[in-house]
Write a protein of this length. Structure first.
Length: 204
């Protein structure tokens, strides 16, 4: 009997262990929480980088525009023969300046002027070339509009008083920050000297 029981015990199938599949509810909730935190951090970093990139591009464009204005202003003032009181409908004043340019050989006796100032319909600065061909009519030529809004555009004349005797011109621009935030507007100044007062000889 003993051998018989031993044989039955050896031949009997071993008890099978249960294998649990999947995750418990707590584990699922923990995974969801971790994924939510990681997504939130990644989204915030992405949005911040996009904002910084946009601000960087705007600042670079502002610097490029200001550099172009400074270059054009200095070049026109230095090559001009002086400040004029008026040319056509444009008058020199605190927010606009009219400069007489020396005539060009190929244009004969035509008189040329350059106007710097604020556009009538906005806050942008412009430069326009005017030509007087001697018939009393002023022809408006090339127009340059600088793609930047300014809160203030001001021209200062030195010495003050008689515009025909002005030797030094200062342009002051007040530029609001690109992000329109709470920062104070940046003030930019540019000064140039009139080198050829009263020059009338043609230039090439």
């Amino acid at each position: 009997m003993k051998g018989y029981r031993d044989t039955i015990a050896r031949d009997a199938p071993a008890p099978q262990r249960r294998h649990k599949a999947g995750m418990s509810l707590i584990e699922v909730l923990a995974c969801v929480a971790v994924i939510a935190v990681v997504t939130n951090l990644a989204g915030g970093a992405f949005i911040s980088s996009m904002r910084l990139s946009k601000m960087g591009k705007a600042a670079a464009l502002d610097l490029e525009t200001l550099d172009a204005i400074r270059h054009d202003f200095i070049d026109v003032v230095r090559t001009s023969s002086g400040v004029c009181e008026q040319a056509g409908t444009y008058r020199s004043g605190p927010d606009r300046v009219v400069l007489e340019l020396p005539p060009r050989t190929e244009w004969g006796e035509a008189r040329r002027y350059a106007v710097f100032g604020r556009l009538d319909d906005g806050q942008r600065l412009f430069k326009r070339i005017l030509v007087d061909e001697g018939d009393g009519a002023i022809r408006e030529g090339h127009l340059t509009s600088y793609h930047r809004d300014f809160g203030m555009v001001r021209f200062d004349y030195s010495p003050p008083g008689d515009l025909a005797q002005v030797r030094l011109l200062t342009l002051t621009l007040e530029a609001p920050p690109p992000d329109r935030g709470k920062r104070k507007p940046a003030v930019h100044t540019c000064t140039a000297a009139v080198r050829h007062i009263g020059r009338k000889e043609p230039v090439q």
